[in-house]
Design a binder for this molecule. Structure first.
Ligand SMILES: [Zn+2]
Ligand SMILES: [Zn+2]
Length: 120
């Protein structure tokens, strides 16, 4: 008979697991670009980049925690003038959408408390 498996083998340190929450904005496996879709372009891309809507040292983990991530084509992510990492207008589009999604579950006060400002 097989021995029952220990969930945490003796001596093994219980790993502190990082919580990876699914995007609440978009299905990861959709392979379309969030911004392309907004512009009426339904193209599927072989590679889409995961983008944390609120970036930076403090906010990136919070984006992860609350699932505020989108999937973008490489051009909309980093490699064109429209890319969210260089284009403030497109970056704001995402932040507003993310705040709206967040507020389906939480209050605006909580959003501002967590992310420091109101984008809507
Ligand atoms: Zn795109
Ligand atoms: Zn990014």
């Amino acid at each position: 008979m097989k021995e029952p498996q220990l969930m945490f083998p003796k001596g093994a340190k219980k790993k502190k697991r990082k919580v990876h929450k699914k995007s609440i904005l978009q299905d990861k496996d959709d392979h379309r670009c969030y911004l392309c879709l907004l512009q009426g372009n339904n193209q599927y891309y072989p590679i889409v980049h995961e983008h944390h809507v609120f970036g930076g040292t403090a906010n990136r983990p919070l984006s992860e925690k609350y699932g505020l991530k989108v999937y973008l084509c490489p051009d909309h992510h980093q490699f064109s003038a429209e890319a969210v990492h260089v284009n403030a207008e497109n970056s704001l589009v995402l932040k507003q959408a993310a705040q709206e999604a967040f507020e389906q579950e939480y209050t605006r006060e909580e959003f501002v408390q967590i992310f420091g400002r109101n984008y809507l």
